[in-house]
Write a protein that binds this ligand. Structure first.
Ligand code: ZN
Length: 340
């Protein structure tokens, strides 16, 4: 459990994950224009899916996800450009391929450091992106002791938890049932922001620059594994999409942990997508006292927390309205909205 004072300290004001408020900066300057980035538009109508549970395949398992947290942390700190980050990336690619996903990597060099995003695809239809960063912060700059502030963190929650949820989703998701092409994206270089002049979300910004499709929805998961889990709406996030996902959590009985109320504004990997006009949200539990400290270790993460997020997302995906229904709804909405 975390003491209340730690929570209250974090409640004040506008915060950012990785700290700098809304300072995610486009790597080459201005945000890409939608004209150059996107070739088609498949904006979804906002429909709340019902949550009947007729999952026939394996269900998301929190213990399996937790094992992915432990495996990543066993590699040590994984800052962008490190051997451990490259190894973590290789393990992610291997798992995704074993689970039958088509995997591509997107390499880049930023300020002389080599990074790599990993993109796994499956299914057909409008694209839904689930993303998480797999790099970890190179320094524990939230430590009180100056000796510890220069130490890199292992990022059990800040880094490994989001990746773990996506890797377990790769195993259990019935992609065909979603009626979508699902992309699982693992971003590098999220968490070097504010160090040596780096911005946050370098990998995500590069992915948005190179996008050639227009995703229907983007959901970023980050710091979702805290045993004392409280995930609120994030202020910059697309509200309709947040409501849809939080409603799914509520129907699964998770309303005490995935709470439909704004608590923080957090700069994270969803921001580059939002700035490009794509409906995107961050699922991030920002009330985490071990954030950017050497104590962000697996004992602070719980399988049950990972499972709540994983089951919410798989249930949401399994129950998305089919694209024909969406088209009909959009047509009806246009007809209703037409001037008379
Ligand atoms: Zn961070």
């Amino acid at each position: 459990m975390k003491p209340q004072h730690a929570k209250h300290r974090r409640l004040a004001g506008i915060l950012a994950c990785c700290a700098a408020l809304a300072t995610a900066v486009y790597v080459n300057g201005a945000a890409p224009s939608s004209a150059t980035v996107f070739e088609n538009s498949t904006r979804r109508a906002s429909i709340t899916p019902p949550v009947p549970d007729r999952v026939t395949g394996p269900a998301f398992n929190g213990d399996h996800a937790y094992a992915h947290v432990v495996n990543q942390v066993a590699l040590g700190p994984r800052p962008v450009g490190s051997d451990a980050a490259w190894q973590a990336g290789n393990q992610i690619v291997e798992h995704l391929r074993q689970e039958g996903w088509r995997v591509e990597t997107q390499e880049f060099i930023y300020r002389g450091i080599k990074g790599r995003n990993i993109i796994a695809r499956s299914g057909e239809g409008p694209v839904v992106v689930l993303g998480a960063h797999y790099d970890t912060r190179p320094i524990a700059d939230r430590e009180f002791s100056p000796d510890k502030q220069a130490v890199p963190i292992v990022g059990a929650n800040d880094g490994a938890s989001g990746v773990a949820v996506l890797l377990e989703i790769a195993r259990v998701l019935d992609v065909a049932r979603s009626g979508r092409q699902v992309w699982l994206v693992f971003f590098d270089a999220e968490d070097r922001g504010g160090i040596d002049g780096w911005p946050y979300s370098v990998g995500a910004s590069i992915m948005v620059e190179r996008l050639r499709i227009d995703p229907e929805a983007v959901v970023i998961v980050d710091m979702v594994g805290d045993a004392d889990q409280r995930i609120y709406f994030e202020e910059h996030s697309d509200r309709a999409l947040s409501e849809e996902i939080w409603r799914t959590a509520d129907r699964l009985g998770y309303a005490d942990n995935i709470i439909p109320r704004v608590q923080h504004a957090v700069a994270d990997d969803h921001l580059p997508f939002i700035r490009a006009g794509i409906p995107a949200i961050g699922m991030i539990d920002f009330d985490y006292r071990y954030w950017h400290t050497t104590e962000d270790t697996p004992d602070k993460v719980s399988p049950a927390s990972l499972e709540r997020v994983g089951r919410t997302l798989t249930t949401w995906l399994h129950n998305l309205p089919d694209t024909n229904e969406m088209h009909e709804l959009a047509t009806r909405t246009e007809a209703t909205a037409a001037p008379r």
